[in-house]
Design a protein around this ligand. Structure first.
Ligand SMILES: [Ca+2]
Ligand SMILES: [Ca+2]
Ligand SMILES: [Ca+2]
Length: 128
């Protein structure tokens, strides 16, 4: 069982991943997040950072689809996500993929590099 705090955190994370806010996580959401990030950062396809980030996003999505999408409809519903969270928390190797990705996203979002995501930086990400 997830604790109340874990449940809240993972629900929040679900909302972050659900970029188009339609209530489920799909590959499109991953693509959208990725494109917002690379735009905010002015990364272009020929840059190694772009390729690395894209690979990370797709790795994460493929993993999610395999492990979380239990009804196989190509979307992760919140209930599937929370069950997935429970398995993931208990598996440090898998957990690491998520932590790496979150670090990478954080690094990219912190446009001025001060170690904090400011409101403007957050906006750039979600409303660019
Ligand atoms: Ca979505
Ligand atoms: Ca599903
Ligand atoms: Ca910052």
């Amino acid at each position: 069982m997830l604790t109340t705090l874990q449940k809240r955190k993972w629900t929040r994370l679900f909302q972050v991943y659900d970029a188009d806010r339609n209530g489920t996580i799909e590959k499109d959401d991953f693509e959208a997040i990725f494109h917002n990030l690379v735009q905010a950062r002015n990364l272009t396809e020929e840059m190694p950072q772009y390729q690395q980030l894209y690979a990370k996003f797709m790795e994460e999505w493929e993993y999610l689809q395999k492990d979380a999408d239990k009804n196989g409809n190509g979307k992760i519903e919140l209930a599937e996500w929370l069950q997935h969270a429970e398995r993931r928390i208990n598996n440090p190797n898998i957990y690491q993929i998520l932590v790496d990705l979150a670090d990478r996203v954080f690094e990219l979002l912190d446009l001025d590099g001060n170690g904090v995501i400011g409101v403007e930086e957050y906006k750039t990400f979600y409303w660019s």
